[in-house]
Design a protein around this ligand. Structure first.
Ligand SMILES: [Zn+2]
Length: 290
């Protein structure tokens, strides 16, 4: 299957980023994983796959270890960025949704490599026995407690994994507040990080400011989104960009992503969202006036 993003990243953007990009150590790659399995979740194009086979995940972790990367948590990454600390070779590893394959097929190799991770849970899917939804098993609270005791961090990914823009203020407060509360009750520890589900509407400043105010009032301190790129101190700490990683990322592609070769994709991503946002706003306006 054609992979324009791969060709452009390896042959154009990565060589340019190495010469013209920002100083190494001023940006932190936050890796975004989902499932460590062969489950394609119905997606056909490799770009959209959210799965990584256990053996490929193991190779990726061992490669990172071999290259001298260390995994830090989101709070440490943000405070380091704010303080201007040299964060070369620092990465944050995140997992969205709370798939159980992290526990069965991902955690052991991370432990062997000395890496920690943050898992963002959609709390309705976490039960006392593994919930199976659309062909995927989710972590149980027992797994979550065990992983937490082993040094894995947890954050909120809402209660029901909705498109937050389609909800009213009360429902948004429930999704952000209740999920935080449930994880805190189960772990007896404060939960202060959040991962925005689905594509992040960065072009909609009104909504993102509204959401940020909610997050502050509920006690969140840091968060991640699906904005593409590496995090810098110029980004909004509640919606930091990430680098999606999946089964197709060999050492060459992973290396390019970590050193800025994938950051260019943020521009087409933003342009696409802005065009769609403008069309939707115009449609809404025409409905009001007609
Ligand atoms: Zn998700």
């Amino acid at each position: 299957m054609p992979r324009f993003d791969r060709f452009a990243t390896l042959c154009l953007a990565f060589p340019l980023a190495r010469v013209l990009g920002p100083r190494q150590g001023t940006r932190v790659p936050i890796l975004m994983y989902h499932s460590i399995s062969a489950n394609l979740f119905g997606m056909s194009h490799p770009y959209y796959h959210i799965n990584t086979l256990p053996e490929v995940f193991s190779q990726q972790m061992r490669w990172l270890r071999h290259e001298g990367y260390r995994a830090i948590d989101l709070h440490e990454a943000w405070s380091g960025l704010e303080a201007g600390t040299d964060l070369s070779k620092s990465i944050v590893i995140t997992f969205d949704d709370g798939y159980r394959d992290f526990y069965t097929d991902g955690f052991e190799v991370m432990k062997q490599c000395g890496f920690s991770a943050t898992i963002f849970l959609a709390t309705d899917r976490i039960q006392n026995s593994p919930a199976r939804i659309e062909g995927a098993d989710y972590l149980t609270w027992k797994d979550v407690r065990e992983l937490h005791a082993e040094g894995i961090h947890f954050g909120s990914h809402t209660v029901t994994h909705p498109d937050l823009r389609s909800l009213g203020p009360d429902q948004i407060e429930y999704e952000l507040g209740r999920s935080k509360e449930i994880i805190e009750q189960n772990l007896d520890a404060p939960i202060t990080s959040f991962s925005y589900p689905f594509a992040f509407p960065e072009e909609d400043e009104c909504f993102t400011q509204f959401l940020e105010d909610f997050m502050v009032s509920l006690g969140y301190e840091v968060g991640v989104s699906t904005i593409l790129g590496r995090a810098s101190r110029k980004h909004d700490k509640f919606f930091l960009p990430r680098l999606p990683v999946n089964n197709w990322d060999d050492a060459g592609m992973l290396h390019a992503k970590l050193e800025g070769g994938y950051d260019w994709l943020h521009w087409p991503q933003l342009i696409k969202k802005s065009i769609f946002h403008n069309i939707t706003t115009m449609e809404r306006a025409s409905k009001v006036y007609i």
